[in-house]
Write a protein that binds this ligand. Structure first.
Ligand code: FES
Length: 123
């Protein structure tokens, strides 16, 4: 694609609330720059979902600097994705390839129930 931007397929866990059963939704992430962070990629996807009148993907974040841990999620079955020792907000899209399918799940555990989509109750 032009300027080395990537088109990706996302399979993201969507769940309305604690009591409802969730399921994977498929989204297209188009024109993603390799320099974006994983959360910035979500921002782009959410902007187009909102423009289409669809519900954005709910995810947690605070610092976006790798400090708070709020952005914790499972990416392709691994905590925080393919890179060891970095948080999702510090993960760059250059860690993925054009055309990749990325599976994104909440930070699941019995102690941390899912509140909505990728947002878990950590308190
Ligand atoms: S948003 Fe704070 S560690 Fe990622």
């Amino acid at each position: 694609m032009s300027h080395g931007n990537m088109n990706l397929t996302l399979k993201v866990w969507k769940q309305k609330n604690k009591n409802e059963r969730g399921r994977f939704e498929t989204y297209q992430a188009k024109g993603i720059s390799p320099d974006m962070s994983f959360l910035e990629m979500f921002d782009v996807v959410n902007e187009s979902l909102i423009n289409e009148g669809k519900e954005p993907i709910a995810f947690d974040h605070d610092c976006r600097e790798g400090i708070c841990g709020m952005c914790s999620m499972y990416i392709n079955g691994r905590p925080h994705g393919p890179k060891e020792g970095i948080t999702t907000c510090q993960l760059h899209m250059r860690s993925f390839k054009d055309g990749d399918t990325i599976v994104v799940e909440p930070w699941r555990s019995a102690a941390f129930p899912v509140i909505k989509d990728l947002v878990v109750d950590i308190f």
